[in-house]
Ligand binder design. Structure first.
Ligand code: WQD
Length: 356
């Protein structure tokens, strides 16, 4: 039966000491969330196929947490392997990060994005249902607000998308709402991230995109370490204070903390599905982010203003009020913190994680 009492560690029923399956736990946000789950007293097991992450991240996680982390390396679309994991492991809750996430790539490979992101979720939720695991935190995205949303964005806004990646998030949110109607014992959190940036303060963990970065901060990081020649600023003719687009950049440590808060809240809410923005509520421009990074590096960085990037919008930032009040959560790290922590990671790992 869904939600059957677990045989977990004492307190598992009350959100403390849960055994949490983290899908995509070797990824950027997943790995930072694993550290905070353990610090909060939970046990963690990870499933990752390392399609967009490296096994060495697990070694770093074990060094930072001083804990052995069980890792199951397989693709969640393998329904038999996924069901077997739930049959053999005690799991109280799931945080589901695993999925493809590159907006541009999704337009070139739509079938792969729909099959991977939706297929892995179908397989995961079926296994959860079969084995009575009722608590699910899903990694959604502010991209579900689409191209014409006003700012600040709140969770009651209509959802839409302008690319297959965004549509996978819109569709999975709807699928999970429908599952919750059929299985009202489910407790599901839809977490809408704005622009995750930053790195763990140790400097040993950070964002390591494969290939040339699409996103602003990893691109600036690679300019700063000399891997890329200069930052191309995609347009300075937007209707914003300095002409460059505004985004709600949020430190990955704040993002991770939001997941822990949501996970615990699922133990006390009687709502089957909750939706929470994870953002600072402030818009920061491209120039502001560039200059903050220059402060972290201690020198100016080369850039060139070029034409607008297709699909970009002038402003996107959160109304984080619901997460503030319902989760007791708010972002605490500043833009300068984000840049300082990103630079510590990138300067120590100019080429990202080693392959071995
Ligand atoms: C930010 C700003 C660019 C790169 C994307 C996804 C979204 C979410 C976060 C997953 C924009 C400008 C960027 C560069 C630039 N991911 N920029 N030069 O587009 O807001 O959101 O990542 O959920 O789904 O859409 O982030 O970092 O790509 O761009 O000038 O080389 O930086 O024009 O204004 P974005 P971004």
């Amino acid at each position: 039966m869904i939600g059957a009492p677990t045989t977990g560690a004492p307190g598992a029923a009350y959100g403390v000491g849960m055994r949490v399956l983290v899908t995509g736990g070797a990824g950027f946000i997943g790995s930072h969330t694993v550290i905070q789950l353990i610090a909060a007293g939970h046990d963690v097991l990870i499933v990752d196929n390392f399609a967009n992450s490296k096994p060495t991240v697990i070694n770093r996680l074990e060094a930072i947490t001083s804990k052995h982390l069980p890792v199951h390396e397989f693709d969640l679309r393998d329904t038999e392997r996924t069901e077997r994991l739930f049959a053999h492991e005690q799991i109280d809750a799931v945080i589901h990060f695993a999925g493809h996430k590159a907006v541009g790539q999704s337009s070139q490979e739509p079938l792969d994005y729909y099959q991977n992101n939706l297929g892995s979720t179908f397989s995961l939720v079926r296994a959860m249902t079969l084995h009575g695991v009722a608590k699910l935190v899903f990694s959604s995205s502010a991209t579900v607000y689409g191209a014409n949303a006003a700012v600040p964005m709140n969770e009651d806004f209509p959802t839409s998308a302008t690319n297959p990646y965004g549509w996978t998030k819109v569709m999975i949110e709807q699928i999970l709402r429908d599952v919750a109607v059929a299985q009202p014992e489910m407790r599901i959190a839809l977490m809408r991230y704005f622009n995750p940036v930053g790195a763990h303060p140790s400097g040993d963990l950070g964002e390591d995109p494969s290939g040339e970065p699409n996103n602003l901060l990893p691109y600036i990081c690679q300019v700063a370490v000399g891997r890329l020649e200069k930052l191309r600023i995609f347009g300075d003719d937007y209707d914003t204070p300095d002409g460059t687009p505004l985004r709600d950049y949020i430190h990955v440590e704040d993002l991770a903390a939001g997941h822990i808060a949501a996970l615990v809240r699922l133990d006390s809410t009687d709502r089957a599905v909750s939706t929470w923005n994870l953002g600072t509520g402030k818009g920061t421009s491209v120039f502001e982010m560039l200059h903050a990074f220059e402060r972290a590096v201690g020198r100016t960085l080369p850039y060139e203003v070029v034409g607008r990037r297709a699909g970009d919008i002038a402003a996107s930032y959160a109304d984080p009020g619901r997460a503030n009040t319902e989760l007791g959560w708010s972002a605490t790290h500043s833009i300068d913190d984000m840049c300082t922590d990103s630079w510590r990671w990138q300067s120590r790992h100019p080429n990202g994680y080693p392959d071995a």
